[in-house]
Design a protein around this ligand. Sequence first.
Ligand code: TYD
Length: 203
Amino acid sequence: MARAPFITFEGIEGAGKTTLAQQFADWLEAQGVSVVRTREPGGGELGKQLRPIILHQPLDAYTELFLLLADRRQHTLEVILPALRQGIWVVCDRYADSTLMYQGYGRGLDLELLRQLNTIATSGLQPDLTVLIDLPVEIALARANAPNRFEAESIEFHQRIREGYLQEASLAPHRYLVLNGLEPLESLLTQLQAVVCARFPLG
Ligand code: TYD
């Protein structure tokens, strides 16, 4: 691989991906791997200003989309690609798949349009591995603890997103690792470590 691995974490709110991403990055560092930990929205300089707007201000669906894409493009160009090119692993909490799921499956925007816009926003960069934590919506939402506009949406909205993730994961089984979010975090981390050790050289 000409660049370091790019690993993303996805799932509905409350799935536990932020905690798993942190523990995974801690483990990578303990193996001597250099890691950049980042997230969307809000991973880059522009994103720091956009994040509170995206999460809390009432927005038209396309306005929301354009802000997310602007955030993603700057984040990709300024943070993610430079790190990967220097051989630094990037662990990112949400990335382009979140747009496909939330703005596409969730809000009903055209999936093909979103795929095209994501390709522009990411300069064609795709994660080498996407960890999807899957669990029932009712259980996940009961765990979610940082209220935002998305969490306040209906159960059906989150259900469509969950199904969207599973559908997209079935279309790209090599890229997605689907983990059962009902299992304890230690078990998810162990499964992830095994896949990563088998697929990427750590040293
Ligand atoms: P965040 O507090 O990071 O939630 P979580 O802990 O679930 O990751 O808020 C991010 C929210 O932004 C989340 O509700 C999903 C939404 N989102 C989109 O709708 N589209 C996107 O492309 C991204 C990156 C996030």
